[in-house]
Ligand binder design. Structure first.
Ligand code: MRU
Length: 349
């Protein structure tokens, strides 16, 4: 969270979120009081970013179960499962969302069958709050560990938004950068605009300006040239899902950046909390990649920018092979290659 805005906040009966589709023109907040409002906000990217999605879904679970007021514990568990499956269908790639809901369901299934639904509801709300607080702490730790990878004069290329807007805390990649700047390092960030939904230009540039970090906006197609001409000395991005061999799903365009970084001999870092790791999945081919509506590419600001009726391919994420990742900056420390189940497990015990 930054002093001037917050990404999400539980306000007693509803979840208030900053509507990120209206940035940077307006800083407008929305109150979400039903699970379908939460679903729509997630689907439409009013709230987005893997860690923020996990926390938002957890509050959505509470709202959904509360709406139908189950009468007994078996009804509570049935309703919990129904709402969980519904929320999981909103966006499939960021593991934080499904993992948060799984964790809560497993705890509820372990409770006594005499548990009253009101106690269950209280538990759901507490768990959502706990996930939110944990995420804040994870961001702080990532920022602390990440200082080791930021040189005194850093020229950093980033993609999409892995900032406070994507988490309940200070952000992952941008949390590291903000702290480096605050500690007096000479930091300049080059932010890819991040087509098609422009998280880089609308969100990252906006957020870094507010943090007082020098930021220069580039089009995605300028990344290779910027690496060569502007002395980029590291690439730093977030992640939506990191699997057991280090393969990493993140915003579409990340894979290309990793290849470019390798070619230019620039380190490529991924900053992510433990909640973005999916060690049950062996490799990146098994990660579900969300595909989004063609209109996100064929129109811009409500105006057509493509030939009418053209076929469109619009994957929201790609997968960077683990072998291209120089290190993962996590809340448990920096994890370097080789990446496998054992090395990740050792880091996360
Ligand atoms: O489609 P989005 O905006 O939800 O995609 C977000 C990203 O790809 C982020 O880089 C990722 O979730 C990490 S956020 C700390």
């Amino acid at each position: 969270m930054s002093g001037e805005f917050f990404t999400l906040k539980w306000t007693g009966r509803t979840l208030t979120i900053l509507d990120q589709t209206r940035l940077p023109a307006e800083t407008a907040y929305l109150n979400l009081g039903t699970v379908s409002e939460v679903w729509d906000a997630i689907r439409e990217l009013k709230v987005r970013g893997a860690p923020a999605l996990g926390v938002t879904a957890a509050y959505g679970l509470y709202l959904g179960v509360r709406e139908n007021g189950p009468q007994d514990w078996s009804g509570f568990l049935e309703e919990l499962h129904r709402v969980k499956v519904y929320l999981e269908r909103s966006r499939p790639t960021a593991v934080n969302l499904s993992a948060a809901l799984d964790r809560i369901e497993v705890c509820c299934q372990a409770m006594s069958s005499n548990t009253r639904p009101e106690e269950g509801l209280k538990f759901l709300l507490n768990e959502a709050g706990r996930l939110e607080a944990e995420d804040q702490l994870f961001c702080e730790r990532i920022a602390a560990f990440g200082q080791g990878i930021i040189p005194a004069r850093a020229r950093i290329l980033t993609h999409c938004n892995a900032g406070a807007l994507a988490t309940a805390g200070i952000g992952t990649a941008l949390g590291i950068i903000g702290r480096a700047r605050a500690s007096g390092k000479d930091v300049e960030v080059f932010a890819d605009e991040t087509r098609p939904l422009l998280q880089g230009s609308r969100l990252t540039a906006w957020e870094l300006q507010r943090r007082g970090v020098r930021v220069t906006l580039i089009c995605d197609s300028m990344a290779a040239w910027t690496m060569k001409e502007r002395g980029i000395n590291l690439v730093l991005v977030g992640a939506d899902r990191i699997v057991a061999n280090g393969d990493t799903a993140n915003k579409i365009g990340t894979y290309g950046l990793a290849l470019l970084a390798e070619q230019h001999r620039i380190p490529f870092y991924v900053a992510a909390p433990v909640t973005s790791f999916d060690l049950k999945t062996a490799n990146g081919r098994q990660i579900p990649i969300e595909e989004r509506p063609p209109a996100e590419i064929t129109s811009c600001g409500g105006r057509p920018v493509a030939a009418a009726g053209v076929r469109v391919y619009n994957p929201a994420f790609d997968v960077t092979p683990g072998k291209l990742v120089s290190a993962f900056i996590t809340d448990r420390g920096i994890i370097r290659p080789p990446y496998d189940l054992e090395s990740f497990r050792r880091a996360f015990v």
